[in-house]
Design a protein around this ligand. Sequence first.
Ligand code: FMN
Length: 499
Amino acid sequence: MKTIQEIEKIRNEKRTELDLRINTQANTREKHILVCRGTGCTSSKSPKIIETFRKIIEEKNLQNVRVIQTGCFGLCAKGPIVIIRPEETFYAHVKPEDCEEIIQSHICEGKKVERLLCKNIDGKLVHQLNKLDFYKKQKRIALKNCGLIDPENIDEYIAFDGYKAIQQVLTEMKPNDVIDMITKSGLRGRGGAGFPTGKKWSFAQKEQEDQKYIVCNADEGDPGAFMDRSILEGDPHCVLEAMAIAGFAIGANQGYIYVRAEYPIAVQRLKIAINQAREYGLLGDNILGTGFQFDIDIRLGAGAFVCGEETALLESIEGRRGQPRVKPPYPASQGLFGKPTVINNVETLANITKIILNGADWYASIGTENSKGTKVFALGGNVNNVGLVEVPMGTTLREIVYDIGGGIPNGRNFKAAQTGGPSGGCIPAEHLDTPIDYESLAQIGSMMGSGGLIVMDDTKCMVNLAKFYLEFTVAESCRKMYAMQNWNQKNARNFRKIV
Ligand SMILES: Cc1cc2nc3c(=O)[nH]c(=O)nc-3n(C[C@H](O)[C@H](O)[C@H](O)COP(=O)(O)O)c2cc1C
């Protein structure tokens, strides 16, 4: 158990040590070799890359070089990815056999390995991560620490303002102040429906009950979506901290993370993070010596799409078959075990600490009139830069597909982009310049959903796509609700145009 002073000491010391992670001009002889250990890069041998780097560094007795595992850097199409800091060199498609050359040439002789650098759309070699087209229009808030810190090291999280927001909340704010701040920020739920988060918290706070709960929805069932998984793999502590803040705001002392068992890396990192937070007294009784009590447990889902629906999820946690409940009553008044419960999506929670630390006005200054902040998209399908993208609300689909995504492979034309998961819709080329937010997507017959964005070129058959989603929904639905309700007339018109 650590005191506030001890946590601050770790923050200051570790922040100085890790300055080279965010300061390309850092005055140091140290090098940090960051290797992506998200699911994508892990499946293409990044653990072997880490092992090989460490072996070579030991053999050469290089005292100033450290190898660190991180979460996802975003540009999954170029994986496995290695970044060397402080100079921020971005190496793509690295194989274990490349490690020797990277160490000898880059680290020992100061010469970058050009064959592993990326090129921008203009064909020029890119020497620094932030000069890559892929990152230029992005703004990382929810993904701030992903690819920057070792997710299994709580001290690294603390170094980059980790557990500072909960400290501020517990020592300087009242529950109502927290709720007002989140309400004023304009944050809306990223799980699909876009419900205002502050309002949801205020409903639960008003309930007069001794026992309340916070539930994190990490079920992520939409085909093609992997935003939540990446946040949990890359920055699990930011979700734990946000849940504790939500607990303080509504008067809950227990949280559950409902995460699908098919996400073994995310589950493992969450377990490590929860244990570390408990050890430091950042979860459990008397957090930071303030008397506030909050703990978190994990519940594994079996990968049923319907269990992502919040009331089916509650049924599943309670040990029953995942079937949606009739609403009302809403979970804020009668949720888990019949008690007031706030259910928030992973990405929603990943925004909370940043709002507390930077203020509601800062957050509300990003995005559009009714959709504030950023949105993380899992960009997939027929697009060059498949990966994880975080952009301010209001960014157009064209910017995401062409400027960030690098356009359509093999010189093909864009046909449509599917957003919003199985209940979403397909956006044809004529709407490429629509600024993306909750309202504009609904207006053109699609929806934001949780953030899956699947691009299709002109060889793709829209009838097949419709068939896939209908079959998916038939198989995965509880059959109590009409999950394709959003395939409304506008969407049908889009379909007729693009088929
Ligand atoms: C069929 C169905 C599946 C859903 N799946 C998910 C999911 O996988 N993850 C998620 O966060 N929300 C999902 N939702 C939305 C949740 O019911 C709920 O609105 C959300 O977790 C609330 O969190 P938020 O306010 O932070 O968005 C789903 C909804 C439906 C109807």
